[in-house]
Design a protein around this ligand. Structure first.
Ligand code: NZQ
Ligand code: ZN
Length: 385
């Protein structure tokens, strides 16, 4: 196992009706900015429930945070929050709203141009406002991690940052809040969580059986519960399991002490920034092609994945790996998430443009061995056509 530091200070409060607990989590004298997305939080009544729980606290609402939240929109929140001397941020939504709140939290006290937070990957963040979250979509794990991904529309750049200062102080996970999700977002969430586990698991062995078996359990749970969330959309137990598996997929636990990849995500971010594909759609396109391209470097773990996750124990090793990759693609397709660029009306032009953007963003040494250069990314993208 590799050496590691594991730190996760987020208090999780999990269960139906737990929004009422906001009253005990948010300081009584806080001046709160509640961030939310387009319409869902209002339409579903979640926002009302949140306001009620906040009681007599001073609350300022900031709506309109987009899916794939933008620097342009979030800077409006930064300006208002500075003016109004906001001292607590509450994100009500999915990964986009939570990521947006993390950026706003770090940008408010930031000296200089806040886009630098993204350009430096969060390394120079010295302070951030406290954040709490009310999760409405199981997918990203942002509710229990220190990461955020922000898009600057004018530059067509979508970049991540990390800082321990933006871990949510608490996150309220009420699985019933996810009943109102459209099918597409439920499916996206399953794919995103699945690929989060894969990015931390499917690398090379370092004799870390705890992390491996934990990851394999999460993957098997997603394979089992994901389709149920679509076929039994009113089942609370299924939503509860899905919400918890997605949180555990990216809260730092399974990634501690093991190599990590993240190349599928970083290439996928370019496709979202350029063509507005959903985050999970980009992952579903890139991952199967990436697995094929990296089958030699990832051989041992791919075989373990085939055996332990997909139960493929007979036949030649190479054949089992092929079948595991096919099953991965078929799993995404079965959820309704398409796995080729052409399914989204994208072709060779998109490959060339994405490669240019990867170059511009310095994404030239990706993967657990830092050997995914532009030539490899080209092969992956072309195999995704
Ligand atoms: O905007 P509204 O109207 O609220 O609608 C949202 C949005 O359109 C809707 N929605 C959310 N909860 C709902 C609901 N609709 C009905 N009922 C509900 N309960 O769902 C749509 C998608 O929401 P979004 O927050 O964008 O989805 P998700 O949670 O998948 O977040 C995706 C973002 O997270 C980033 C992605 O890059 C992307 O920008 N990621 C963040 C990570 C992190 N911080 O660790 C890791 C991930 O890899 C990912 O990159
Ligand atoms: Zn993701």
């Amino acid at each position: 196992m590799l050496n590691f530091d594991f730190y996760n200070p987020t208090h999780i409060s999990f269960g139906q009706g737990h929004i009422a607990k906001l009253d005990s989590f948010v300081p009584m004298d806080a001046k709160v900015m509640v961030l939310f997305g387009g319409q869902s939080a209002q339409r579903t009544g979640t926002l009302d429930e949140v306001q009620q729980a906040l009681g007599a606290r001073q609350v300022l609402l900031f709506g309109g945070v987009e899916a794939n939240p933008t620097y342009e929109k979030l800077m409006q929140a930064v300006e208002i929050a500075r003016e109004q001397k906001i001292d607590f941020l509450l994100a009500v939504g999915g990964g986009s709203v939570i990521d947006g709140a993390k950026f706003v939290a770090a940008a408010i006290p930031y000296v200089g141009e806040p886009w630098n937070i993204l350009l430096t990957g969060g390394r120079d963040i010295k302070a951030a406002l406290p954040i709490g979250t009310v999760l409405t979509l199981a997918a990203t794990g942002s509710e229990m991690n220190n990461g955020s991904v922000i898009t600057r529309k004018s530059l067509q750049s979508k970049l991540p940052f990390h800082s321990d200062l933006v871990f949510p102080k608490f996150s309220i996970l009420d699985p019933a809040k996810s009943f109102t999700l459209p099918e597409r977002q439920v499916a996206n969430g399953v794919v995103d969580a699945f690929v989060h586990v894969i990015e931390q698991y499917l690398t090379y062995p370092v004799n870390a059986p705890v992390q491996d078996r934990f990851a394999e359990g999460l993957l098997q749970t997603l394979i089992e519960q994901g389709p149920l969330a679509l076929s039994q959309p009113d089942d609370y137990e299924v939503r509860a399991n899905l919400m918890w598996v997605a949180t555990l997929a990216l809260n730092g636990l399974i990634g501690a002490g093991v190599p990590q990849d993240w190349s599928t995500h970083l290439i996928g971010h370019e496709l979202t920034a350029l063509y507005s594909l959903d985050h999970a759609q980009t992952l579903a396109i890139i991952l199967p092609a990436m697995m094929q391209e990296r089958r030699a470097a990832k051989g041992e773990k791919l075989l373990q994945y085939a055996e332990r996750v997909w139960n493929l124990r007979d036949g030649e090793a190479e054949q089992r790996i092929d079948t595991a990759i096919e099953k991965t693609r078929a799993f995404f397709e079965s959820l309704g998430v398409k796995t080729y660029l052409k399914d989204y009306n994208l072709g060779q032009d998109a490959v060339e443009t994405a490669l240019k953007q990867l170059e511009q963003h310095g994404m030239l040494k990706l993967g657990e061995h830092q050997d995914i250069d532009l030539a490899v990314s080209r092969r992956v993208l072309e195999a995704s056509l």
